[in-house]
Design a protein around this ligand. Structure first.
Ligand SMILES: Nc1ncnc2c1ncn2[C@@H]1O[C@H](COP(=O)(O)OP(=O)(O)OP(=O)(O)O)[C@@H](O)[C@H]1O
Ligand SMILES: [Mg+2]
Length: 215
């Protein structure tokens, strides 16, 4: 499956989600490629630290910028079972062109009004992409949401998504947990971290199932 983790807002957890999903996919024995389209290269650094620490399974990662992305991804789809594209937090050629070739796009947002406003543009980008890629499914993932049970911002954000024709809400919410930062630092996924944060493991595994279901 070819999927995109992207969006126009910076720092929403796109690379965190892309790298975690890639590692879980590799642990499941799949041949997965992470495509880092962000010049910051965070996903690529993450994969590099795995290699430096000889962490297995290896997660293959390439960096790819510019307009050749869709063609390259289609070629690579013959060599890998799954491709996960991580697009940086802004409207870019890479984000727009990835939407043309992916089966599913996931847009992490933090439950804040500033992030919700960026969804108007994402909704339009998905709408445009549909003329080339009519079967694309686009889902918003509420990410980095508060672990405090009295904070209901995730629910409130979910309701606002009814306004967008081309975007659905993912069932899984990713919360702000130190485990994600610890894992990233060592080139790991939360499922590989020791000691484990069971809540982080559970929510990331749920997201994984949701992303890779209906194959
Ligand atoms: N669920 C989470 N819990 C705690 N920290 C998180 C979580 N998700 C991301 N972070 C931290 O927030 C920062 C930004 O995350 P990340 O790089 O994944 O976001 P991004 O959307 O890829 O950013 P950019 O738009 O710059 O590409 C990082 O320091 C990361 O470790
Ligand atoms: Mg990123």
């Amino acid at each position: 499956m070819i999927i995109l983790i992207g969006g126009e807002k910076g720092g929403t957890g796109k690379t965190t989600i892309a790298t975690n999903l890639a590692a879980i996919r590799a642990l499941a024995g799949r041949d997965v490629l992470l495509v880092d389209t962000d010049p910051q290269g965070s996903a690529n650094y993450w994969a590099q630290s795995r290699d430096d620490e000889n962490i297995t399974p290896r997660v293959a990662c390439i960096q790819k910028f510019g307009k050749g992305l869709p063609k390259e991804v289609q070629d690579l789809a013959h060599r890998y079972q799954d491709i996960i594209i991580d697009a940086g937090g802004r409207d870019s050629m890479e984000l727009r062109s990835a939407l043309v070739v992916v089966e599913k796009a996931f847009i992490p947002i933090q439950p804040s009004q500033f992030d919700i406003w960026t969804l108007n543009q994402m909704d339009e980008l998905v709408e445009t992409a549909k003329s080339f890629n009519p079967d694309i499914q686009a889902k918003v993932i509420i990410s980095r949401s508060s672990t405090n049970p009295s904070v209901h911002e995730s629910d409130d954000t979910g309701k606002l998504l009814n306004d967008f024709d081309n975007l659905d809400l993912a069932n899984t919410t990713i919360r702000d947990r130190i485990a994600y930062r610890k894992a990233a630092k060592d080139g790991l996924a939360v499922v590989e971290l020791n000691p484990k944060d069971p809540k982080a493991v559970l929510e990331m595994e749920n997201l994984y199932k949701e992303v890779f279901s209906n194959e």
